[in-house]
Ligand binder design. Structure first.
Ligand code: PEP
Length: 251
């Protein structure tokens, strides 16, 4: 049985004070929820303060990105996976479509970042997903499959199983246009089959695959009913503690 994960991505929103106050509200609102993992990803500057505020609770903390290089070094502006782990954060979002689109993230750099996270004992949340033009031209499955193969290239099954995948169709992110449960299921199944071909079905059946793209309290339950949907990566609707807690508490 795969343990569900509901993760919130705060992107470039919230001051440190706002982040701490929102996570304190969230901790109170999701108190006692212990049959699923709850994650929140603040900005780098808020990471330490949010990790401190969430310490000892059922809310885990993620970074939104990390350097492809491990440890320390002359890489101005970068934050390594070890530095993220040092804050008390446990997860890192890797390869988000906004990073692919605006910051030249490639499958090769995603692969390096996954390796950096695993080396630091962190869980990477590996994002894949097609553009609207890919979907319209019938290329959605090919794109997601290529991104998965690129992300996991050269990794062992023991490494891949320590990651989480997020399928996030770019046309559904921040648009209010959620993928239908049928599309989500079809793409999650394809991703699972791709992982099975890479590293075997033990891994593909154990790995959690989250859906992301305009998830809200109103649509989370129907998505979660699909057999290969193991959770959600939530952007806009995670910014408000009450709204996010209603998603976390889906039935
Ligand atoms: C995201 O940023 O990963 C995301 C899914 O955003 P939204 O929920 O706002 O579509």
């Amino acid at each position: 049985m795969r343990r569900p994960v509901i993760a919130g991505n705060w992107k470039m929103y919230k001051t440190i004070d706002e982040a701490v106050s929102t996570v304190a509200d969230l901790v109170r609102l999701v108190d006692g929820v212990d049959d699923r993992e709850i994650l929140i990803a603040p900005t780098f500057v808020g990471l330490q303060a949010v990790a401190n505020a969430a310490r000892g609770t059922n809310v885990l903390v993620a970074a939104q990105d990390c350097a492809p290089h491990p440890g320390q070094g002359a890489f101005t502006g970068e934050v390594s996976a070890e530095m993220i782990a040092d804050t008390g954060a446990t997860h890192v979002i890797v390869g988000h479509s906004e990073r692919r689109q605006y910051f030249h993230e490639t499958d090769a750099s995603v692969n390096q970042k996954i390796r950096a996270c695993l080396g630091a004992g962190l869980t990477p949340i590996v994002c894949v997903g097609e553009l609207l033009s890919d979907r319209d031209s019938g290329a959605a499955e090919g794109v997601a499959g290529r991104q998965i193969r690129g992300a996991f290239e050269g990794l062992t099954g023991a490494e891949v199983v320590r990651t989480i995948v997020a399928y996030e169709p770019v046309w559904a992110i921040g648009t209010g246009r959620t993928a239908t449960p049928e599309i989500a299921q079809q793409m999650h199944r394809l991703i699972r089959e791709t992982i099975a071909n890479l590293v075997g079905s033990d891994v593909s059946e154990a790995i959690r695959i989250l859906y992301g793209g305009s998830v809200k309290a109103e649509n989370v339950s129907e998505l979660m009913q699909e057999p290969d949907v193991d959770g959600g990566l939530v952007g806009g609707a995670s910014l408000d503690a009450l709204s996010f807690s209603r998603i976390v508490r889906y039935e």
